[in-house]
Design a binder for this molecule. Structure first.
Ligand code: NAD
Length: 354
């Protein structure tokens, strides 16, 4: 198979590409605009493989999308390109509407034109897999409630509203035009190569630098954490074995309050890096409660029984094993995150670095 992956230089997209190149015979075309969140250094392990191709393209650029589709003739699309950080969507929603809504629409139209012209066998087996989030469902009220594929949409932030819009567009392109689409909605991911603005890498890097660990509100917001490599395996299963028109929820069965996540990171650092920065007695002393994010959802939790039952996928990592691997990865990969923090990963890309 030739699989075109949008957003392949991002956190999850790069995990999907590493998974496919390392574990299958398929070819991957990585189509990415390379925003601040796109980092080709996350693909160093696989980027010299002859089955890997990269195209720097914005999903809002119809002519470029048409060119790439016609040149590579992919058998499937995995659409991950998005603006993905909730805090940024609150400060500046425009980019979220542009990429997540207009970009998804532009991609759907380009793919529809390409798909219409395919010969019947290739047309029948073609897949458009849209990767979305559990945040489209909004908040869970009861402590035992879970998001299922039938839960109605109630997005709370500009990010989740823009992802909800894109999910609706994708499903309507199947219903109206017959484009063979599949949607997945996943819970919070964590693991290697996560951009250090997100909770888990931010806490690890701040702690080892002796900086405050900012926790929103009372820290009791609950998220269902999934190790990114488990997500990558689930996505590959869905694009190769999933049923057209279906939605699959993907989750880790690992509900944790944010404050619990931060305290776990602190205790792992006590074990791995007992020599603390000057003036720090315990990493936990760095925890600082800050004003809550506006509209902050309190609890997300996924019922992933459908993908388990129908496609035989289950996560391999528990939160305890995954967070241990993640903390160790950050401690051993300063080269990667150091270049993100000092900006050189993107300056070099633009030809401005040394
Ligand atoms: P990310 O922010 O790490 O990566 C996004 C990638 O998309 C980057 O490489 C960026 O350069 C690229 N991109 C952004 N705008 C683009 C555009 N206009 N054209 C082409 N490329 C563009 O995001 P992520 O965490 O890897 O998330 C990937 C997808 O998975 C997103 O659609 C997100 O909504 C969804 N998702 C994320 C999580 C999570 O916990 N991170 C959970 C569930 C679902």
């Amino acid at each position: 198979m030739k699989i075109l992956i949008t957003g392949g230089a991002g956190f999850i997209g790069s995990a999907v590409i590493r998974h496919i190149i390392e574990n299958t015979q398929n070819t991957v075309i990585n189509l990415d605009k390379l925003t601040y969140a796109g980092n080709l250094e996350s693909l160093n392990e696989v980027s010299t493989d002859p089955r890997y191709f990269f195209e720097q393209v914005d999903i809002c650029n119809r002519a470029e999308l048409d060119r790439v589709l016609s040149h590579y003739q992919p058998d499937a699309i995995m659409h991950l390109a998005a603006e993905s950080h909730v805090d940024r969507s609150i400060d500046g929603p425009a980019a979220f509407i542009e990429t997540n809504v207009v970009g998804t629409y532009t991609l759907l139209e380009s793919v529809r034109a390409y798909w219409n012209d395919l010969e019947p066998k290739k047309k029948a087996s073609f897949r458009f897999h849209h990767i979305s989030t559990d945040e489209v469902y909004g908040d869970l009220e009861g402590t035992d409630d879970l998001f299922t594929e039938k839960t109605s949409y109630e997005p709370s932030s500009p990010y989740s509203a823009s992802k909800a819009s894109s999910d609706h567009l994708v499903r309507s392109w199947l219903r109206t035009y017959g484009l063979p689409t599949i949607v997945t909605n996943c819970s919070n991911n964590y693991g290697p190569y996560h951009f250090p603005e997100k909770l888990i890498p931010l806490m690890i890097l701040n702690a080892i630098d002796g900086k405050p660990l900012p926790v929103y509100g009372d820290g009791m917001q609950i998220r269902d954490w999934l190790y990114v490599e488990d997500h990558a395996r689930a996505l590959y299963k869905v694009v190769t074995e999933g049923e057209v028109g279906e939605t699959y929820n993907i989750g880790g069965h690992n509900e944790k309050a944010n404050i619990e996540v931060v305290k776990t990171i602190c205790s792992l650092l006590e074990e791995f890096v007992p020599n603390k920065p000057k003036g720090v007695e315990q990493y936990q002393d760095l925890i600082t409660y800050v004003t809550d994010r506006p509209g902050h959802d309190v609890r997300y939790a996924i019922d992933a029984s459908k993908i388990e039952r129908e496609l035989g996928w289950t996560p391999e990592e528990s939160f305890e094993t995954g967070i241990r691997k993640t903390v160790e990865w950050y401690l051993n990969n300063k080269q990667w995150w150091g270049r993100v923090l000092d900006g050189s990963y993107s300056m070099e890309r633009l030809g401005q670095g040394s």
